[in-house]
Design a protein around this ligand. Structure first.
Ligand code: PLP
Ligand code: COI
Length: 340
């Protein structure tokens, strides 16, 4: 198979239509078989529930070319499970996890020419999305749904991703107490668009959102979880029901334990950040990106790891996780799933 003629080392994180996508439709109370299609567009009723009432959830995962040339994905079953949790909370039908994994593999295989080669730093980003497509004018769930999986080659989510980022604590909330922060609903991202652009306009890469009930604890950013390393070298992971359960973060916790590091998962106060040694953002798109500074109302907090380099613990975690994903390190936990 001949690869597409792409400057793999220099691609950004953006939409690029590729050759095939998977589509399944829910009608009359059941999913159809689903199939690969070539049209990147979807025709919708003007009254489609997603357009008015944001009945939409999505996922994000990646395919990698391993050192030995195999094309693999990372823990796709976990994305399938999380998408079911999102769908349930939004009154959408669940898509079976085994069929989700099969569909992910089928789309990756069909678009193998778009999967970046090993060692380029680029990967194939996979975006499953489900929308309420049935017409609805009263506030109620749709009765028809479309589930799609499309893919595109991507580079780093944050420009110069291994350079420490500057963040700001947002005056806005991304999730309500007892709301939808813990699922991957499109509406959570609509809420974050204005604060994200405000952060960018002020020169920050992202927002740190606080817990919406008391605004004293650290939650996450608009598109990543946050982890800390304290001065004793312990990994400190903020815990809250309105944080999205990141698959990357959960994998990093396991990787850290395998490396013999101590991990504590608990609510983390904004007040504690000044005592931390390292801070990093983690997610599928972001991988693990170091944070150098966080702007707060009380002033700027500079992490001791500095603005030039990633801290040593973050570096070790990033190298180990990407090593497993790229097949340079052994996959002892069965996380790697061959596309064919
Ligand atoms: N938090 C938010 C709000 C996200 O959008 C994402 C991205 O998926 C994450 C965290 C990271 O989750 P994961 O590691 O499963 O990609
Ligand atoms: C991902 O990491 O897959 C996400 O969905 C985050 C998004 C902000 C790009």
């Amino acid at each position: 198979m001949e690869k597409k003629n792409i400057d793999w080392e220099n691609i950004g994180f953006g939409y690029q239509p590729t050759d095939y996508r998977f589509e399944a439709r829910w009608k009359d109370g059941k999913w159809d078989e689903g199939k690969l299609v070539t049209n990147p567009n979807i025709e919708l009723s003007e009254a489609a529930c997603v357009l008015h009432y944001a009945q939409c959830c999505f996922e994000g995962l990646k395919a990698y070319t391993e050192k030995n040339g195999d094309i693999v994905t990372f823990r796709p079953d976990q994305n399938g499970k999380r998408m079911q949790d999102s769908a349930k909370r939004l009154e959408m039908p669940t898509f079976p996890v085994d069929k989700f994994v099969d569909a992910v593999k089928a789309v990756v295989k069909a678009n193998a020419a778009w999967v970046p080669p090993h060692g380029t730093g680029a990967t194939l980003y996979i975006r499953p999305v489900m929308i309420g497509s049935g017409p609805q004018i009263g506030v109620a769930p749709a009765d028809e749904f479309i589930f799609r999986i499309f893919v595109m080659p991507v580079g780093a989510y944050f420009k110069g991703a291994v350079k420490p980022l500057k963040l700001t604590v947002s005056n806005y909330d991304r999730a309500a107490p007892h709301g939808t922060g813990g699922i991957k609903a499109g509406l959570n991202y609509a809420m974050s668009l204005y604060p994200t652009m405000e952060a960018h306009r002020h020169g920050y890469a992202e927002n740190v959102y606080l817990d919406p009930a008391t605004r004293t604890f650290i939650e996450e950013t608009g598109g990543t979880n946050i982890i800390f390393v304290d001065k004793e070298g312990t990994i400190v992971v903020p815990q809250s029901p309105s944080i999205l359960p990141s698959i990357t973060r959960r994998s990093l916790v396991d990787v850290a334990k395998d490396l013999g590091m101590k991990v504590v998962e608990r609510p983390v106060k904004l007040d504690e950040v000044k005592d931390m040694a390292e801070c990093a953002l983690c997610g599928t798109a972001a991988v693990l990106a170091p944070v150098g500074m966080i702007h707060t109302e009380e002033g700027d907090i500079y992490l001791p790891s500095g603005m030039d380099e990633m801290g040593p613990v973050s570096k070790k975690l990033r190298e180990t996780l990407t090593g497993i994903q790229g097949g340079d390190l052994p996959d002892t936990r069965g996380w790697i799933c061959k596309a064919w």
